[in-house]
Design a protein around this ligand. Structure first.
Ligand SMILES: [Zn+2]
Length: 176
């Protein structure tokens, strides 16, 4: 597939951006990856765009306080996969903060993989160690299935109703 990467640099930049945000079809991803891995010029373009996005992009994560609970949500459609920007943002958001009562709204998350699950579990352990908790809100059907298959839903409490979720943090028990 000729993507025309060398004919139009603006187009190439747009393609790189869409690629990094995982907005490309599988066909285009394959074509772009097989090309840029062998083409230094395009590889540099993709890496450069990635650095730019990491540094300058509007935050994909929004956080707000509800009483002492931090509610984290994704502002746009997101995927919690290894190497996805959204996952990097989530990790950063939770590491930077000292919050121990965290509710993560997953309604905009369409996919999650083992790396994404690992990040959630790390965050959960961090919260529990500090007498807090990490809970999930509104996972979509496919994410719910992954949580179920991996039995992570038996550890991470999942809610469909935000008010109920926030209220549930009041009943946290002291660590034994
Ligand atoms: Zn190239």
């Amino acid at each position: 597939m000729d993507l025309g990467l060398h004919r139009d640099v603006v187009f190439r930049e747009q393609l790189a951006t869409k690629y990094l945000y995982r907005r490309l079809s599988a066909d285009l991803v394959d074509a772009l990856e097989s090309h840029y891995l062998e083409c230094n010029e395009c590889y540099e373009e993709v890496r450069g765009t990635e650095l730019l996005i990491r540094g300058l992009a509007a935050p994909v994560i929004e956080r707000r306080q509800e009483n002492d609970v931090t509610v984290i949500r994704f502002t746009e459609s997101s995927q919690l996969l290894a190497a996805s920007l959204e996952l990097a943002e989530l990790t950063k958001a939770i590491r930077v903060e000292k919050d121990t009562k965290v509710l993560i709204d997953l309604s905009k998350v369409s996919r999650i993989d083992s790396t994404g699950l690992g990040v959630l579990m790390n965050c959960y352990c961090h919260a529990v160690k500090n007498s807090g908790a990490l809970k999930l809100l509104h996972p979509d059907a496919s994410v719910k299935q992954v949580l179920n298959v991996t039995k992570i839903d038996s550890v991470l409490q999942t809610f469909e109703d935000e008010t109920a979720a926030i209220r549930s943090f009041d009943r946290l028990q002291a660590p034994s």
